[in-house]
Design a protein around this ligand. Structure first.
Ligand code: ATP
Length: 445
């Protein structure tokens, strides 16, 4: 009886008879010799069927296989350097086959398809090599983030998805009917994280967040996943230390585990290999000066226009790209104007117009992947900020109470999973970083 194996482990079975359960990626060959590229979710292996080495009915069954047919193949593993596949280097000489279902004509073929066509068939598109590689890297990125935090004294504490009030700002809220009362889908878990640090010190939450972003960009999803650490007794410098170590660890893990996937998606890894803490840290003021200087010096009128920025304005993508290009590594920009940031950020002492916030900008044009800050820990100041934003104080009563019972300076950040995946995988658009993207114009499938 042949051993049922996963293709990723094939090297352990050289010379043995095995069974692989999977789907037909492609079939070629003619007459007495057929090649089936079989994928099983863990990898791909070339299966070679010789008419004379098997039962006639089995050989005919193989000849009848279509793309994506489900099939259980039995055969002998043999090493062959040239054998294609993932991991490659081994092929299976087929001895028997059980066809589970012969697939109908598959709508996604090796020819080029348009993006909307593929997004309409996302449930099938996920089977393609490129999507398979990206989503495997995504899983590693999430695991690396969680491992690093778990190993550095952070506790996972889950925060609610249904919330009574805005966590960030009111323009991107999704409202729900909560038994006749308004409620909102979480934009962040941060406010609850802040409560949780008083019980656990260092915490993080990880889950989906929802923002009704009305602009169509290649960096915004409506539903995205965020990992949010929050730390008691922490200032901005320590926060940046945590961020750069976390990000360096994620990149190192992807490079260590996913050379094959990075090759499939044709990611140039030279830049990634340079990602190591510490990352440069510049103030918003310095960033504005640098951008203005760059705009002055550029001869290209279009670029000049794109780079134009005045103190007080938030950065757009061209600004973030230009800043990151100056360093070729992720760069921290800190002390943003309070007016462009959320209500809970601690003002800089003696300079109320700026706050103790920090964004991490990824290189290669990927822009902000992390937003973080020190949080206001004084109840009166927080109350003033809520009022200034027109946020109803009664909804934040519990949040204000945190400043009453042992309030401490604290800080935290949110790292967007999809923006991180887009950067590490070198993708043009965020839609491929998540299995089922929710975009301004898409909620199907
Ligand atoms: P932006 O200004 O780019 O819209 P933001 O300042 O609203 O982002 P934060 O509130 O600081 O973002 O959120 C923390 C992180 O969550 C961001 O750095 C980013 O990685 C991610 N993020 C925020 N909004 C989105 C979105 N709509 N789609 C995907 N990721 C997002």
């Amino acid at each position: 009886m042949a051993t049922a194996i996963f293709v990723r482990d094939i090297a352990q079975y050289d010379g043995q008879e095995v069974t692989v359960r999977g789907w037909v990626k492609a079939k070629t060959g003619k007459g007495k010799l057929q090649f089936v590229r079989l994928r099983d979710g863990t990898g791909q292996v070339q299966c070679v069927a010789f008419k004379k080495e098997m039962d006639e009915a089995d050989f005919e069954a193989i000849r009848g296989l279509t793309q994506e047919s489900s099939v259980i193949i039995t055969g002998n593993v043999r090493a062959d350097e040239r054998a294609p596949g993932y991991p490659g280097g081994y092929e299976i000489g087929v001895t028997g086959v059980e066809v589970v279902q012969v697939g109908d004509e598959y709508p996604i073929t090796p020819k080029e398809h348009g993006t909307e066509y593929l997004m309409d068939r996302r449930h099938l598109w996920l089977r393609s090599d490129r999507q398979w590689a990206i989503l495997r890297i995504r899983a590693t990125i999430i695991k690396a983030m969680r491992d690093w935090l778990d190993n550095n004294g952070f506790l996972l504490v889950d925060t609610p998805i249904i919330t009574p009030a805005a966590g960030e700002e009111t323009t991107t809220l999704f409202e729900l009917d909560y038994f006749g009362e308004p409620a909102y889908l979480a934009q962040t878990g941060q406010l609850y994280n802040e409560a949780n640090i008083f019980a656990f010190g260092r915490v993080y939450c990880f889950g989906p967040t929802f923002r009704a972003e009305k602009s169509k960009t290649r960096r915004h999803l409506i539903e995205f996943w965020m990992l949010e650490p929050e730390i008691a007794y922490c200032d901005l410098d320590e926060l940046m230390d945590v961020e750069e170590q976390l990000v360096s660890y994620i990149v190192a893990q992807v490079l260590a585990k996913h050379q094959q996937e990075l090759e499939i998606i044709e990611r140039d890894t030279v830049q990634l290999a340079n990602i190591a803490a510490p990352f440069p840290r510049i103030t918003y003021d310095e960033a504005i000066e640098r951008l203005q200087k760059l705009a002055d010096e550029t001869d290209d009128p279009e670029q000049k226009e794109l780079l134009k920025i005045e103190w007080g304005e938030d950065f757009g993508s061209p600004h973030e790209t230009a800043l990151a290009e100056m360093f070729n590594r992720p760069v921290f920009v800190y002390h943003y104007p309070s007016a462009v940031k959320a209500f809970y950020m601690q003002p800089v002492a003696g300079r109320d117009e700026v706050c103790r916030s920090v964004d991490l900008l990824a290189p290669e044009g990927y822009g902000e992947i992390i937003g973080g800050s020190e949080r206001i820990f004084d109840a009166d100041l927080l109350r003033q900020k809520l009022q200034a934003q027109g946020l109803p104080e009664e909804n934040y009563d519990w949040y204000l109470q945190l400043r009453q019972f042992g309030s401490v300076p604290h800080a935290g950040f949110g790292i967007g999973i999809e923006r991180t995946v887009a950067w590490i995988c070198g993708l043009d658009h965020i839609r491929e970083t998540i299995p089922y993207a929710r975009l301004l114009n898409r909620k199907y499938p």
